[in-house]
Ligand binder design. Structure first.
Ligand code: HEC
Length: 150
């Protein structure tokens, strides 16, 4: 029987892509979930975010937005996405969010984006925040868990 080269090519491409998809994701070593929760409050993430299933302090200043994290999959689907969302937040705008923002915000009269808080946080806080959110996303969302390779 003659082997069809197209099938072999497809099989090879499939295997390569699978290897890429399963490649170990970069993760910081360490990270303390409890410290991450504290950092989440101290850095005032609570001004704009709740975290589904987690009790957090009320923000000291007025609540700006009410975006729940880890309740549904939006931008964040992996640990890497958590790091990206925190350190490079402006690229996270998704259509789902535009529904939450007022017309003035969408027209750019009020800054709708998440501020760049990486200026204000230590590396330890970033690693702890990522550990905290990673654990909540893993607990709450099967689609996130599917991405996580431990
Ligand atoms: C001033 C409001 C504000 C503050 C403060 C804020 N965020 Fe955000 N955050 C947003 C908005 C708005 C988005 C949606 C994306 C966008 O428009 O940039 C977002 C998105 C995110 C996402 C992506 C969620 C997803 O899957 O779509 C994560 C994770 C996140 N923020 C974490 C944090 C953390 C951690 C802090 C504190 C260090 C923080 N945020 C502080 C407004 C804020």
């Amino acid at each position: 029987m003659k082997k069809d080269p197209v099938i072999w090519c497809c099989a090879l491409i499939f295997l390569v892509l699978q290897g890429v998809a399963n490649a170990d994701e970069f993760r910081f070593k360490g990270g303390d979930e409890d410290e991450g929760k504290i950092a989440f409050e101290r850095l005032n993430c609570i001004q704009c975010h709740r975290v589904t299933g987690v009790e957090l302090e009320d923000p000291k200043t007025e609540r700006v937005l009410n975006l729940s994290l880890a309740g549904e999959i939006r931008f964040v689907k992996s640990y890497t996405d958590i790091l990206l969302a925190i350190t490079n937040p402006q690229h996270v705008v998704t259509t789902q969010y535009s529904g939450l923002l007022s017309k003035a915000e969408l027209d750019g009269e009020i800054e709708p984006f998440m501020p760049d808080l990486s200026q204000d946080m230590s590396a330890a806080q970033l690693i702890d925040l990522a550990a905290f959110l990673d654990s909540v996303y893993s607990k709450n969302l099967a689609e996130y868990r599917a991405m996580v390779k431990r």
